[in-house]
Design a protein around this ligand. Structure first.
Ligand code: SAM
Length: 255
């Protein structure tokens, strides 16, 4: 999706896009920001800030905050957030972060590295890495691919009990999952209009390491079983769907 696509979504963003900042989501990111020691002396950037849901917290914690997005309409909504004078806005494409080299101590990005092109993903992650001063940290959320496979298993369990015949159960599972819209090799969802990146655990570790990050740690952002909030089928009572919560560091010496 390009800036104009996000411009179009911006006014209805909160009704159209499932967000880790919605009510009922168990999201470790705000707690991690609050626990960061000495944050008042650090400069942070949010890459792909969208409507700025995280900016009030970032503004209250860090010395300076740079809020970056390539969508002008997203930025204009973000400017309306209750934030301090320590936030500046930058309209910039994450695929070209030159000019941001070694400017920040903390890089925050939440479901904003979404390019279906693996080369672009690598470039963006390298750009974010290079924007950090040595020793700087990444605190991020990435859309997760594994929960789609988890959905497949839950659906198949139901179909095995409801349907006679293994072939039929599998065919029905694939239909309910909308199997044809997923590309599991590349970690993509593609419905013909929208093509969006989802990440495997191993892929995040691989790509962040390739970008120069070390000490990569993964946790989970859990979404409630609530039709309006997760966009998948509901299996209340089963473990919840998730996105990846990720922390990593740029080494002090060049990796
Ligand atoms: C799913 S929204 C997430 C917004 C925000 N981080 C949040 O969680 O509320 C993705 C955001 O990333 C921005 N974005 C996507 N690709 C981008 C790129 N290549 N350069 C700059 N911004 C980008 C979009 O404009 C959009 O605001």
């Amino acid at each position: 999706m390009e800036a104009r696509d996000w411009d179009r979504i911006a006014p209805q963003y909160h009704s159209e896009v499932i967000s880790p900042f919605q009510e009922g989501v168990e999201n470790p990111l705000p707690g991690a920001l609050r626990r960061l020691r000495g944050a008042g002396r650090l400069d942070a950037a949010e890459f792909g800030c969208g409507t700025g849901a995280l900016l009030p917290l970032l503004s209250s914690r860090f010395r300076h905050v740079t809020a970056i997005d390539f969508s002008e309409r997203m930025l204009s909504l973000a400017r309306r957030q209750p934030i301090g004078r320590n936030v500046r806005f930058l309209r910039r494409d994450l695929r070209d972060l030159h000019g941001c080299r070694e400017r920040f101590d903390a890089a925050i990005t939440v479901n904003a590295v979404l390019s279906p092109d693996a080369r672009e993903v690598n470039d963006i992650l390298r750009g974010i890495h290079d924007s950090l001063r040595p020793g700087g940290r990444l605190i991020a959320i990435f859309p997760a691919m594994e929960p789609v496979l988890y959905q497949a298993m839950l659906i198949h369990e139901q179909e095995m009990h409801a349907t006679s015949g293994r072939k039929r159960a599998l065919a029905r599972t694939r239909r309910r999952l909308e199997r044809g819209k997923f590309n599991f090799e590349l970690g993509l969802y593609d419905d013909g209009k929208l093509s969006q990146k989802f990440y495997y655990d191993f892929e995040i570790r691989y790509r962040l390491r390739r970008a120069g990050f070390r000490w990569v740690r993964l946790g989970k952002v859990f979404y409630p079983w609530d039709e309006e909030r997760i966009g998948y089928e509901m299996f209340p009572g089963e473990p919840r769907m998730w996105d990846w919560f990720v922390t990593a560091r740029r080494p002090r010496a060049r990796a």
